[in-house]
Design a protein around this ligand. Structure first.
Ligand code: SAM
Length: 287
């Protein structure tokens, strides 16, 4: 007979032995997610006796975590901007840093909706749909399209849209950046892959072995996707439109140079909560 408290302790000590950081937090998060409890319920419900099925479920999940699979990937979903988003094999786990780009775009979308009554958004490399879905949740008069090269990601993004009740304003399109895009948009957003290829083997196993390579690898200098996007973006933006991109902490100068060498000027630069450069917004130079 195992209680919830004993199971949490056991998970915590096995995670500590394996030198996982935040072993206690991870143990509680994992068991709470598996048993569909809130973290508070895990704290106060320690006397609860687990069923055999629950014990088996927990054992499998601990084994996966010890092989360095991230907790949210084991649980199958992760919170982003107040939404619970499903994750699948070919989607990046959405990261809190990406909320910086979302929050930076919201006032611009509000202004566009005030002027025009509606707004159209294109999210290049949508993954779980995180950025576009967060914007649609905040701006009811907006609608948009999420593109990706991965069918698996597009299916997951569409499922997330339906689960959140945003399906009627959310569409998907399989496309290598703008290749299959034919409309103009008020706002384009993207969190493209931006890690240098040679850095990927040195990333934590949680990232390098579980986030899809296509979501990470930005080519030899980490900037290839920005070049592709900047080269074509003007043709798919309304004249008053804006494009917002997430960037790596050391990429602000290089990405600014790429977009300003195309037809853009910087409209806004944002840092994340750690003080790192994290998002850039550009507008067309000749508007
Ligand atoms: C860093 S992930 C971002 C996912 C999601 N937007 C987010 O912020 O959580 C980059 C995404 O771009 C997609 N991608 C990579 N190369 C692409 C390309 N050439 N065209 C379209 N999407 C691409 C990947 O499949 C992945 O879903």
């Amino acid at each position: 007979m195992t209680t919830l408290a004993a199971a949490v302790m056991e998970a915590r000590s096995r995670f500590s032995e394996a030198e996982l950081a935040d072993a206690g937090i991870e143990a509680r998060l994992l068991l709470a997610g598996l048993l569909k409890l809130s973290p508070t319920e895990v704290f106060v419900g320690g006397d609860r006796v687990l069923t055999e099925e629950e014990e088996a479920l927990i054992e499998v999940a601990i084994g996966r975590r010890l092989k360095r699979e991230p907790v949210h990937r084991i649980l199958g979903s992760r919170e982003f901007h107040g939404m619970d988003l499903l994750i699948s094999r070919e989607t990046l786990e959405p990261r809190p840093d990406t909320e910086v780009l979302v929050d930076a775009m919201i006032p611009h979308l509000r202004r566009i909706v005030m002027d025009k009554g509606s707004a159209r958004i294109l999210d290049l490399g949508t993954g779980t749909g995180a950025i576009l879905l967060a914007l649609l949740k905040e701006i009811p008069a907006a609608s948009g399209v999420g593109t990706d090269i991965s069918e698996d990601a597009l299916a997951t993004a569409q499922r997330n849209a339906e689960r959140l009740g945003l399906g009627d304003r959310f569409g998907t399109l399989r496309s290598r950046w703008f290749d299959n895009v034919s409309e103009r948009f008020d706002i384009i957003v993207s969190n493209p892959p931006y890690i240098r290829s040679d850095v990927i083997p040195r990333l934590d196993p949680e990232v390098r072995n579980f986030d899809p390579l296509a979501a990470l690898d930005g080519g030899p200098d980490g900037l290839y996707p920005y070049r592709d996007i900047a080269a074509d973006a003007a043709r798919f933006l309304e004249p008053e439109g804006l494009i917002g991109v997430e960037i790596g902490f050391d990429q602000q100068l290089a990405v600014t140079e790429i977009f300003t060498s195309a037809e853009f000027i910087v409209a806004q630069a944002e840092r994340d909560y750690g003080g790192n450069d994290r998002a850039l917004i550009f507008k067309l130079r000749n508007r």
